[in-house]
Design a protein around this ligand. Structure first.
Ligand SMILES: NC(=O)C1=CN([C@@H]2O[C@H](COP(=O)(O)OP(=O)(O)OC[C@H]3O[C@@H](n4cnc5c(N)ncnc54)[C@H](OP(=O)(O)O)[C@@H]3O)[C@@H](O)[C@H]2O)C=CC1
Ligand SMILES: Nc1nc2c(c(=O)[nH]1)N=C([C@H](O)[C@@H](O)CO)CN2
Length: 236
């Protein structure tokens, strides 16, 4: 008799990297629960493949706790949690504080509260993993995205603390990408500028993040580690 594996939760999977990773997990017959905030074609596509979509607005504590409560009506165990949801906002003159608070909530408060409230679900699975998707930019800071970078650096700190707290039952790791996929509005000049920042000079696409997730889920001897996936920006 084959038993169904516990689901993997991935946040912000309605598009782009999160959608790709959710699709790849489903390709491997891995049950998926995903969070979304906006109805998108990707959300419907995941539902049609049997993934369970749970609405989430991580911009405040109440929204995060409401998501956690709804999540627990769908499952009593989790193989892994992949914290992918993110807002990438530059400083907005006159609105700096609300943008900072929003990114603090999405990048730090949501992973913090979900990790605390869902540890019991993870402990019902062996092995069990948490993966925080951060950003290579925390290595040196960012002039154009100060609040974004600071809140992603806080996520890197959560990786270290939760790895210590949850060992040995749950592994906790991070992935720090530099640009893996452009956004639709990115013009040719911007794309050229960004590609020139890395030694490898390519737009690799979301598969490189799935490969990193797969490595962390499959390796029993890695915790408290953040994988750099940056095309060699640090050696350029
Ligand atoms: N793309 C890249 O080149 C890089 C990406 N990264 C990181 O990789 C991860 C994936 O990147 P990418 O796919 O581009 O991410 P996106 O910018 O596409 O964001 C992913 C999802 O996060 C969700 N989200 C944003 N704010 C909230 C919120 N307040 N509450 C709930 N959900 C929210 C959105 O959901 P919805 O659409 O449903 O509103 C969105 O679809 C992110 O953590 C990102 O910071 C790091 C470096 C480079
Ligand atoms: N949530 C997001 N975070 C980031 C994105 C994005 O599109 N959504 N994009 C980047 C850029 O690609 C940046 O790495 C270019 O230097 C960073 N974070």
């Amino acid at each position: 008799m084959t038993c169904t594996p516990a689901p993997i939760l991935i946040t912000g999977a309605g598009q782009r990297v999160g959608l790709h990773c959710a699709q790849r997990l489903l390709d491997e017959q891995q049950p998926v629960i995903f969070s979304y905030r906006s109805e998108r074609p990707g959300v419907q596509a995941l539902r049609e493949r049997g993934a369970v979509g749970v609405f989430a607005d991580f911009s405040c504590e109440a929204g995060i706790l409401a998501f956690i409560s709804e999540l627990k009506t769908h499952t009593d165990s989790l193989r892994a949690i992949i914290h992918n949801a993110s807002t990438w906002a530059a400083e907005t003159p006159g609105d700096e504080a609300s943008a900072f608070i929003d990114m603090f909530s999405v990048h730090m408060l949501a992973p913090y509260l979900i990790n605390l409230h869902c540890a019991d679900l993870l402990r019902r699975s062996t092995p069990a993993d948490i993966v925080h998707i951060s950003d290579d930019v925390t290595r040196k800071g960012s002039r154009q995205h100060i609040a974004y970078c600071a809140t992603k650096a806080g996520l890197d700190s959560l990786t270290l603390s939760f790895a210590a707290q949850y060992a040995p039952r749950i592994k906790v790791n991070g992935i720090a990408p530099a640009m893996v996929m452009f956004n639709e509005g990115d013009d040719a000049a911007y794309r050229a500028k960004v590609l020139a920042k890395s030694a490898l000079g390519i737009e690799p696409g979301p598969e490189v993040i799935y490969q990193s997730v797969r490595y962390l889920l499959d390796n029993p001897y890695v915790t408290g580690t953040t994988l750099t996936v940056n095309g060699g920006r640090h050696v350029k």
